[in-house]
Design a protein around this ligand. Structure first.
Ligand code: HSE
Length: 340
């Protein structure tokens, strides 16, 4: 299978390493290699229909700050239409105003009959139905495990392993930064601002941390889950949203006196779609600390199913993308097969 990587930041580099290191797995299970035939970042383009060397791409990015030797074309649409590849890995940064370049890349690839796997929340939190219908019409896969909760496999778990269950609701923690801040405020008695600065220094927060603390990031992820698991047709703006900006040290301490913690909880069901700070009893699964993400699914046969995992990070997000690459190899014909 030939892949094209759109975006060569942390996630693009992570998935390149994983593709380099998992060739034996691809050959063992599917009898074929996964080759990177194209990659671009904001500054440059690398293209080779016979396969690019992952180490060369990573080395160039590391030393020169760009993935390719060539200038990236102004006409990305044409590039994504005319190049031969089976799967677009869309890993450019999220834009939640209109989906941005990520939306255009995904739309173009699906329209051109290519599979897509993405970590990009923007296009899915805004135009989920349009993009999934486009994929269906073109009989290709659009997969997005990496867009919610990094290495916490909640989407594929719900849609595939729990396919036979009626899932009544999902409650969870979908933003590591907020969880880290609330955890540090309680354990270390840090102020909100101090804990936020720590989260920024450790690289957990978004470039604009208001996306985290005002619950926008959680709302995007919740909207994707609502669409993907609960068959709803919502955007992140439909999520009733309260962030953690207003949580004082006194509130955290008062909750602790009553053996409770405050957590930013997302909840979705057929009727509900809400992100808000909630009191959670200490010791309850949703009281987890640190930057972990968690999702609790309430199902009709299996009861409560809880999944916990690291919500962000280079290898964590790459792990989710890898699961989608494997699912496409397993379920779908690659474009080359279809053309035979
Ligand atoms: N800033 C996000 C978080 C990163 O803290 O969870 C992952 O989307």
């Amino acid at each position: 299978m030939d892949v094209f990587i759109a975006g060569f930041g942390v996630v693009g580099q992570g998935i390149t390493e994983v593709i380099r290191d998992k060739q034996e797995l691809f050959i063992k299970h599917f009898g074929e290699k996964v080759r990177i035939v194209g990659a671009f970042d904001t500054k440059s383009l690398a293209l080779d229909p016979s396969g690019l060397d992952p180490d060369e791409l990573l080395k160039r990015k590391d030393s020169l700050g760009k993935v390719g030797k060539d200038e990236v074309s102004d006409d990305i649409v044409k590039l994504l239409q005319d190049t031969e590849y089976d799967l677009l890995l869309e890993v450019t940064p999220t834009n939640i105003k209109d989906g941005g370049a990520g939306y255009m890349h995904i739309h173009t690839a699906l329209s051109a009959g290519r599979h897509v796997a993405t970590s990009n929340k923007g296009p899915l939190a805004l135009k989920f139905r349009e993009l999934t219908e486009l994929a269906e019409r073109n009989r290709v896969h659009l997969r997005y495990e990496a867009s919610v909760g990094g290495a916490m496999p909640v989407i594929n778990l719900s849609r595939e392993l729990l396919m036979g269950e009626e899932i009544a609701s999902m409650r969870g923690i979908l933003n590591g930064t907020c969880n880290f801040i609330l955890h540090r405020m309680k354990e270390e008695r840090f102020s909100f601002q101090f804990a936020l600065r720590e989260a920024q220094e450790l690289g957990y927060a978004e470039t604009d941390p208001s996306y985290d603390i005002d619950g926008i990031d959680s709302a995007c992820k919740l909207a994707i889950l609502a669409n993907a698991i609960f068959d709803r047709d919502v955007t992140y703006a439909d999520v009733s949203r309260t962030g953690i900006r207003g949580i004082s040290e006194e509130a955290v301490a008062l909750a602790a006196e009553h053996k409770q913690v405050i957590r930013l909880i997302g909840e979705v069901s057929k009727e509900k779609l809400e992100v808000a700070p909630r009191l959670v009893p200490a010791g309850h699964p949703l009281s987890i600390g640190g930057t972990l993400n968690i999702a609790q699914l309430l199902t009709d046969l299996a009861g409560d199913v809880t999944v916990v995992g690291r919500g962000a990070g280079r290898m964590e997000t790459a792990s989710a993308l890898l699961s989608d690459i494997l699912a496409i190899l397993k379920n779908g014909e690659t474009r080359r097969d279809a053309k035979r």
